[in-house]
Design a binder for this molecule. Sequence first.
Ligand code: KIV
Ligand code: ZN
Length: 388
Amino acid sequence: MSKEQVQIFDTTLRDGEQVPGCKLNTEQKLVIAERLDLLGVDVIEAGFPISSPGDFTSVTEIAKIVKNATVCGLTRAVKKDIEVAAEALKYAKKPRIHTGIGTSDSHIKYKFNSTREKIIERAVEAVKYAKTFVEDVEFYAEDAGRTDNEFLARICEAVVKAGATVLNIPDTTGYCLPEEYGAKMKYLRENVKDIDKAILSCHCHNDLGLATANSIAGVANGARQIECTINGIGERAGNTALEEVVMILRQHPYLNLDTNINSKHLYEMSKLVSESMAMPVQPNKAIVGSNAFAHSSGIHQDGVIKNRETYEIIDPADVGVTESAIVLTARSGRAALAYRAKNVGYELTKLQLDEVYQEFLKFADLKKEVLDDDIHKIIELSKIDIKA
Ligand code: KIV
Ligand code: ZN
């Protein structure tokens, strides 16, 4: 049975770039946009054109060069924003305007000093106005995570009637639990008239470390787009990590969902974004962290050397990592030492390995990690008769 496609909406260049101190210039954004297009993302959110002249230029230039993906620009539910976004997107092969407004009671009261009825009116007006420029209009209900489902369904129904093609349901504050976020999607699927005219989209923030889990709960309950960033970058604790949702869908065939992403480019994409933004990736980051395929304890190393699948659920080559790493530390066993010694030219017999292992442990207790050069020294110290 062929799998249903989940659209990947990358917002590295918009929501991702909102990380303090990680601003990108237009040239850097163009390089990233081109590579995102090659990676196979369906939508590139290129920026928020009215926010600054620099962002306007970036969106305009990205719109000119992107060959396959839809190029999207963010706006508030404000006419001027929409006009400026439409202008920036005019060269795009597939333009999308992403407009919206806060829908939770706290946004309505404190940000807009308004009422639910007036917010629906503004939302509908914005979508209708955006439709005068482009066919593809995505509506976001900001803080949908904390918006009551009944009101959320009403505003969604109104904007679908006004022509919205995508309904973005952001958990702006990263508040929801996966069951809750999934139930929200299910509720909207069951209670919004003509919901099939629009695609439901997950947009989850990571304040409680649940952005990825919430996005997966969203698609398991009928959403068909995930908004995400490379390395999960973004304001505060960040957004859903693109590499994580892509690999989760691939590793769990029973969900019967897949994306158009060429996962072999994930690692290089992660490096590009991290280097361009001078924002290091934490070593234990899922999929793309430097330790994601590194094994350092003896029991695990022994297993992986016998068969990779004992401790790895993903083949590193599938995400563009050359091979799993067997890291030598004081927790490593003989199997790992023999493996690494062989890699630098020593084929040790069982007896020789026993000798060398004793020297290795003394050495390893003094160091965080034993490197290839150290192996030569250890062999020398153990006085066995062997040459590399
Ligand atoms: O998190 C959010 O609500 C957003 C919207 C502006 C789409 O980023
Ligand atoms: Zn966001």
